[in-house]
Design a protein around this ligand. Sequence first.
Ligand code: SF4
Ligand code: SF4
Length: 138
Amino acid sequence: MISKKVVLRFPEEIAEKPLVSDICKKFNLTFNIMRANIFPRKEGILTLEISGEDDSFYKGIQYLKDNGVSINFVEESINRDESKCYHCGFCVAVCPTEALTITDRKTMRVDLFKDRCIACGYCVKVCPVKAMSLPEEF
Ligand code: SF4
Ligand code: SF4
């Protein structure tokens, strides 16, 4: 069993195709919508958590790619420049999923749990030293 958060980008010409429901039916996958920016007859961006058997998961991802969807895995995309971060905690206050959190109250170090990230970008906006980053296309 595998479960990963992915950002799917649908170019205008395929934005109205039911590709996500296709992969659920064809490959027996389930999904939770984390974020959606879909505009009729324009490009759409969906952040989903997709779950299913390992083999089916990757077949579903390949099916989306074959149909023109560009895909980024969130866990591999969120990044913190450790040389810039000075653990001020601003990002902790805005992170909706506790991907950025303080677990040790003695050190007050800000920990990053990439597997909890939903690529909302709030931390990127508030970080005073631009330590947090996501790919531009997000
Ligand atoms: S806001 Fe930036 S500098 Fe402050 S803890 Fe978060 S990543 Fe580090
Ligand atoms: S992009 Fe930043 S604020 Fe948003 S969930 Fe990920 S770590 Fe938290």
